[in-house]
Design a protein around this ligand. Structure first.
Ligand code: NAP
Length: 286
């Protein structure tokens, strides 16, 4: 029976790992703050002592951590993934990072005779809980096929995009668009309500027309209530915008909107909304 590891039990990792355990898979978990392992252990997971410990004990190890710094730290750091990989074991990093970070991890894992797949996801806390994420993968195709049974428990769709870096790029493109949509939506809501329009009626009109979107529907209710329980931390959206703008520089693609939206999200982080949901950018806009 295939054994699975899971590193990083934040909002997303906790829900994704739980779906693997609930499916009856043999799962060993690790988190930098060990207390977050408790709900998974209660479901039947084992606890690993370090990323190295988990990777060495499992056929395939998934990771879901904050950003490029965290992804590098759990891989290259002391007792990291590299110290335990080998014998063709698989490492699947599902964190949202830039293509350069994904490639450097792939090279290091391959140099130690491990197999690497990048697999960032589209979808937030609820899809992670429901097992309906969209999983974007690139890298070792044999690992993609071997990990399919686990992907089926975590997502409603998984696809293979070729060379490492392409899944990171796909993910950044999607989130760059999403960040822009959210900023434009919040500006519209702020302008409309300041102009005396009823917020619920703005949402009703948007929902009936060509710009209707599940995101506007779901987040619109939060904007009206002024409460922003975190599904997707605002600081992570700012990280994704920063990485997208940086990719634009590398590829000489002008990104006027994304650059401006990145500044709005930076301002929202500085104003104390970093850990709130990314829809809290409304507070910095209005
Ligand atoms: P989160 O709740 O902030 O969790 C972050 C995780 O990373 C925690 O387990 C944290 O450990 C760990 N971590 C951070 N820095 C670390 C380090 N230096 N060394 C080891 N572990 C470290 O974030 P999340 O929402 O689950 O997001 C995780 C990733 O998925 C991010 O790349 C995000 O952009 C992406 N993503 C998120 C969503 C979403 O809607 N939330 C959707 C799609 C993709 P501690 O518990 O010790 O802090």
């Amino acid at each position: 029976m295939t054994t699975y590891g899971f590193l990083g039990l934040g909002i997303m990792g906790n829900a994704m790992a739980a779906n693997l355990v609930k499916a009856g898979f043999d799962v060993t978990v690790w988190n930098r703050t060990p207390a977050k392992c408790a709900p998974l252990l209660a479901l039947g997971a084992r606890q690993g002592l370090s990323p190295c410990d988990v990777v060495a004990a499992c056929d395939i190890t998934f990771a879901m951590v904050s950003d490029p710094t965290a992804a590098r730290e759990i891989c290259f750091g002391p007792d990291g993934v590299l110290a335990g990989i080998g014998d063709s074991r698989g490492y699947v990093d599902m964190s949202t990072v830039d293509d350069g970070t994904a490639r450097s991890i792939m090279q290091a894992v391959s140099a130690r005779n491990g197999r690497f797949l990048e697999a960032p996801v589209s979808g937030t806390k609820k899809p992670a809980e429901d097992g309906t994420l969209i999983i974007l993968t690139a890298g070792d195709q044999s690992l993609y096929e071997q990990a399919a049974a686990a992907f089926e428990k975590m997502g409603k769709m998984h696809l293979y995009l070729g060379e490492v870096g392409q899944a990171a790029r796909m993910k950044l493109v999607v989130n760059m668009i999403m960040g822009g949509m959210m900023a434009a939506f919040c500006e519209g809501m702020a302008l409309g309500t300041k102009g005396g329009l009823d917020g619920s009626q703005i949402l009703e009109v948007i929902a009936a027309g060509a710009i209707a979107s599940p995101m506007f529907k779901g987040k619109g209710a939060m904007l009206l209530q002024g409460e922003f329980p975190t599904s997707f931390p605002l600081k992570h959206m700012q990280k994704d915008l920063r990485l997208a703008v940086s990719l634009g520089e590398a590829l000489a693609q002008p990104l006027h909107c994304a650059a401006a939206v990145n500044e709005i999200f930076k301002q929202a982080c500085a104003a104390g909304h970093a850990d709130a949901d990314f829809s809290a950018v409304f507070e910095a806009i209005r």
